[in-house]
Design a protein around this ligand. Sequence first.
Ligand SMILES: CC(C)(COP(=O)(O)OP(=O)(O)OC[C@H]1O[C@@H](n2cnc3c(N)ncnc32)[C@H](O)[C@@H]1OP(=O)(O)O)[C@@H](O)C(=O)NCCC(=O)NCCS
Length: 211
Amino acid sequence: MPAPGSMPFVIELRVPAAGERAALLLRPWLAADMPALVTEMGREYPARGLWGHPEDPHDYTGPRDEQEAVPWLAGQDQGWRNGDWLTFAVLDADMTDGPAPARGSLAGHVALKNREAGGRVGEKETAEIGFWTATAHRGRGVAPAAVRAVTAWAFDTLGAGTMRQIMLVHDVDNPASCRVAEKAGYPFSELSPARPPYWFTDGHIHLRTAE
Ligand SMILES: CC(C)(COP(=O)(O)OP(=O)(O)OC[C@H]1O[C@@H](n2cnc3c(N)ncnc32)[C@H](O)[C@@H]1OP(=O)(O)O)[C@@H](O)C(=O)NCCC(=O)NCCS
């Protein structure tokens, strides 16, 4: 599989259905996904979980209208070209009713970046993973399955011995994310105390190390 940063590349991760959860398809965000994402942002604008590329100057985590969707998506594309910001749309693949890219309904998002700023993901010792699940898909194990899939792909494809671990950080008042961490194979590592003015709540750091 070609690596990020070497265009053109096609990355598709597939997760079989399990229990109540549909089969999932993970791939980079496309323009065709933006209407569904904007609708979702209108339902609940997530302050956590969705990331914008650091060079995108806009102060938002996800696009709230068509205008914001343009630079947000450009930032995600830039991340794949640079290899420094790798974000996946998570689609419910059981609802497939047409050819890509229109198939599937939007179920969530998973993102990988380096813990320290700069460089391609996989070239530093520690990466960080973020995630978000669309409201209608919550409670079915979408985020744990998607995080597992991206984690396995990252260690297999990007790590090459350099990336030693992936970090998952969440606020202590976000127990749902703590469950995602446990179910996705990220054991609790340490408490991350609040450090105003940089962050205001205590958090948990979960770590998954390369096998
Ligand atoms: C946290 C989040 C990603 C979980 O995603 P998910 O795909 O629903 O994950 P799961 O199905 O494994 O559920 C995880 C926990 O959410 C809670 N949950 C269950 N059903 C739920 C529902 N319908 N709505 C909200 N939370 C629910 C439960 O505590 C569950 O844990 P359990 O398995 O022990 O019952 C999702 O709630 C979300 O996107 N939250 C907002 C963004 C966010 O917090 N992102 C993470 C930042 S660190």
